[in-house]
Each structure stands twice: as C-alpha cells, then as structure tokens.
Write a protein that binds this ligand. Structure first.
Ligand SMILES: [Zn+2]
Ligand SMILES: [Zn+2]
Ligand SMILES: [Zn+2]
Ligand SMILES: [Zn+2]
Ligand SMILES: [Zn+2]
Length: 265
C-alpha cells in the first residue's frame, strides 16, 4: 500500500483504487450485466430490472428461463404481461387450468375475456356494446375511458343488452359470487379487484348520476343486477376502492353503471 493510500487518499478509478486495489461500493461497471461489476468482479445483489419482461433484463439484456407466471392466465404472464398463444386447455369455452375463456361479440367484433368463478361464468371486462334501447355513456365522454372501463348504462339499456346465451345477473347471482369468495366484504373486494386471485379484474369505472354528473372514476365500481328493490330502486353490486369493501347496494334506475354479463347455465 502506498503512503497516499495509508492516509486515505486512494486513486479511485471508478470502483477500484489504482494504487492499492481497494474496492468502494460506488461506480461499479454494470452496463454488460447488472449483477456483476466488469471492472472489479464484485457480485452485486440483484439489480436487474425484470418488470417489462420476466426473462430479459431491460437494463443489461441478460436473459433467464422459466421466470414467467402463467398460473392466473395460461396466455398472459401476471408479472410482466407477456402474452403467448394456444396454451389454454379448453372445455365448453372455459380453460380447465386457469378458468379463462373469451366471448366474441359478433355485433361489433369485440372480444371479452371471461372467467369462471365457482359455478358461474362471467365477463372479466366491462361491457362496451351498443344497446338497442335505453341510454349509455362513456365516462366524461373520453374514448380512453371506453377502452378501459366500457360503457355506463342506465338500467333500461342494461336489461336489454345481453346477446344470446348471456344475461344481466340477478341479485341472487351476485350473492352467490359473494358467498363463494368468502362472504366477507373486505375479502371479497380483494378477490374481485384488478390483480385479485378470482380473475374478475374489477376496475373502478365510477358512475353517472341521473342529472348527468360523472362520479368516482378510480374510486368505485358499480355493476347492475336485473333485480328491482322497493321504491323503484334497483340492486347493484358495488366495490369501493377507499373503503376496500364489496357488497350489494341500491341504485336509481336512471343512473349510469357498468355491466358484467353472466353466461346462461
Ligand atoms: Zn488505494
Ligand atoms: Zn466494481
Ligand atoms: Zn440486468
Ligand atoms: Zn413474465
Ligand atoms: Zn388457461
């Protein structure tokens, strides 16, 4: 060790002292591989970035195998979103492994992801099909909201919207879903929300009040049932992002709410 190094004045060349060889934990050279410094050879705790692709680091390009997560959906990795084809094991329109399927709407060519939860098959995305009667809206009339959240329908439109083989769920079907997922508001919320293990993938599409104001995008999800309650109110199924709970509530039939159709048994 030189005299200079003894008194603490190393001649740093990046991470390494050119005089004594001491390593400092800064400025490692990791452009070729995030996990090891090509200048000093130190193994670095995992600094790779696998968020865009579980099998290829977006910083250094290093590749690894068998890191995707296909358990939730055989054709879409739940960690990075990568898609692949022809991996489902289909039976009666539902994959026997991941419980997903697809509904193809012939009226406008839209494909909807479906999911089987318990003994019920339902849409795993909000409906965006034009109704033949009643009223419908896109949240704040923004096209991007249609793509993500589908349409908000009044009850008249919601009741008439289902194509052959599908229907607007009854209150009892929402109750049955709720019971299957544990029967407790917070737990049911966690299962149904986007990323939850049920595969329902609820987003918070908000609602439209009868007088025309849009409300609570990102804060709550509202789904029609076909069941009328007392005082001309209608049963809806609601998820609240801040209260973190899910359950049945009532809505005015003139409100604009989201629609998830259930498959006829
Ligand atoms: Zn030194
Ligand atoms: Zn280094
Ligand atoms: Zn890397
Ligand atoms: Zn992945
Ligand atoms: Zn599958």
């Amino acid at each position: 060790m030189s005299f200079k190094c003894k008194i603490g004045l190393h001649s740093w060349d990046g991470c390494k002292c050119a005089e004594c060889g001491k390593i400092r934990d800064a400025e490692h050279e990791t452009s070729k591989d995030c996990g090891i410094c090509s200048r000093c050879g130190r193994i670095l705790e995992d600094r790779h970035d696998w968020s865009a692709d579980c099998e290829k680091c977006s910083k250094c390009g290093k590749t690894v195998e068998n890191q995707h997560s296909w358990a939730k959906d055989c054709e879409k990795c739940s960690k990075c979103g990568k898609v692949r084809e022809n991996k489902h094991l289909m039976n009666e329109g539902i994959c026997q492994v991941c419980r997903h399927g697809t509904f193809y709407d012939e009226s406008d060519g839209t494909k909807y992801k479906t999911i089987k939860i318990g003994d019920q098959v339902m849409m795993a995305e909000n409906l965006a099909r034009r109704p033949t009667k009643g009223n419908y809206w896109v949240y704040e009339n923004k096209e991007s909201n249609k793509v993500q959240y589908g349409f908000l329908y009044d009850w008249e439109a919601a009741r008439a919207i289902a194509p052959k083989g599908w229907h607007l769920p009854a209150k009892a079907e929402w109750e049955s879903l709720y019971a299957f997922l544990g029967g407790e508001g917070k737990q049911v919320f966690e299962e149904l929300r986007s990323g939850g293990s049920s595969g329902f993938e609820s987003l918070f599409g908000g609602e439209r009040f009868a007088r025309g104001a849009f409300n609570s995008l990102g804060a709550s999800a509202h789904y029609w049932s076909d069941t009328q309650e007392e005082n001309k109110q209608v049963c809806q199924f609601k998820l609240g992002a801040y209260t973190e709970t899910a359950g049945l509530e009532k809505a005015d039939p003139d409100f604009g709410l989201s629609v998830r159709l259930f498959r006829n048994k």
